[in-house]
Structures are given as C-alpha cells and as structure tokens.
Design a protein. Structure first.
Length: 123
C-alpha cells in the first residue's frame, strides 16, 4: 500500500500565538507544519528540508517592512515554492502569483487557499 505524504508547510510569523494556532489547525487537518518567527529562521528551515508551501506574514522584523515579497522573489531558496501571504494591512504587497489572506481570515478560507496552492501543477 502506497501512502502519499501530507504536504509540508512552513508557517512564518513573528507572533508566537499565531504560529501556535496555525500549527495546531493545520496539523489537525493533516498537514506537516514547521514554524519560523523570522525571515532568517525561514531561510534556515528551507535550507534544511523541502516544503510544499510557505504561509507567511508580510511584515516580519527582519524583512524591511514590505520588502518580504521582493526578497522571496529574489531568493533562489524559494524558487518554485508557492507562497501565501497573510496581512492585516490593505492593500497588501503582492507577488504576481501569490494569494493574500487578509487577517482575520477563516479556517475555511485558509484551507481552501492552501489546497489550491498545493494541488496546483504550475508550481
């Protein structure tokens, strides 16, 4: 019997409560989850293991305000990894092919966005 591994998601947010909440929700829905509180931690995690998706807050303490989308585009570590941004600010910074979830968002909307990204063959 062949078992397909569940998608592995890297969740990046500087708020520990958000990281804990997203880790619990996503784990309960069958996803493997790794968390990072900074862009530097996220980069280290990506160097150590592959991810199927990055779910990241736009504003991180070490990413020069709204520069995170541009940093991800410029960093070869993220090439081919779909990214969903989370933000409480409007209008959110956008990468051309990135979904943006406006905080607060529902678990249903989060799971729908993740499913679209991990099942999309263009990545």
């Amino acid at each position: 019997m062949h078992v397909t591994p569940s998608p592995h998601i890297l969740v990046v947010d500087d708020e520990p409560f958000i990281l804990e909440l997203l880790q619990e929700v996503l784990s309960l829905h069958g996803y493997q989850v790794t968390t990072a509180g900074t862009l530097a931690e996220a980069q280290k995690a990506i160097q150590q293991q592959p991810f199927d998706l990055v779910l990241s807050d736009v504003f991180l303490p070490d990413s020069q305000k709204t520069a995170l989308p541009h940093e991800l585009d410029a960093n070869s570590l993220y090439a081919g990894i779909p990214v969903i941004f989370m933000t409480g600010y409007q209008p959110p910074p956008r990468r051309s092919t990135t979904q943006v979830l406006i905080k607060p968002f529902s678990v249903e909307n989060l799971l729908r966005a993740i499913q679209q990204e991990v099942s999309n063959p263009k990545h």
